[in-house]
Design a protein around this ligand. Sequence first.
Ligand SMILES: N=c1c2ncn([C@@H]3O[C@H](COP(=O)(O)OP(=O)(O)OP(=O)(O)O)[C@@H](O)[C@H]3O)c2ncn1[C@@H]1O[C@H](COP(=O)(O)O)[C@@H](O)[C@H]1O
Length: 105
Amino acid sequence: MTLLHDLEQTILTRKDSDPDSSWTAKLLSKGPEKCAEKFGEEAIEAIIEAVKDNKSGLASEGADVLYHFLVMLAARDVALDDVLQVLAARQGLSGLAEKAARPKS
Ligand SMILES: N=c1c2ncn([C@@H]3O[C@H](COP(=O)(O)OP(=O)(O)OP(=O)(O)O)[C@@H](O)[C@H]3O)c2ncn1[C@@H]1O[C@H](COP(=O)(O)O)[C@@H](O)[C@H]1O
């Protein structure tokens, strides 16, 4: 399991959680459209840091982008592995896509 897979699993558990119990649960309770909107906001914040060449800011906003991307995927029932398999296939690794997406821990 990768760190992103672990985070995906945590986010999925929040789908059944009380919205008042966590930020993730609250965001998911607002629906896929709100999750997508939030992802867009975070992406813009990352773009701003990249344009400013603020490396630490870009790393921090990049983490927000990855987290909100996973929330957006979860809200639409798309698995991280579905995304990673597309990437792997583009590298000519379609037969090895699952292995590439989910290295043994
Ligand atoms: N990785 C993250 C993560 N990254 C960013 N965020 C939250 O995303 C929110 C977005 O930042 P903003 O500044 O836009 O938030 P805001 O201004 O409070 O929100 P708005 O008023 O704009 O809606 C912040 O509240 C951050 O804390 C995260 N919240 C949770 N996680 C992880 O998700 C998992 C589940 O966390 P809980 O939701 O706390 O259960 C844990 O592993 C957490 O580490």
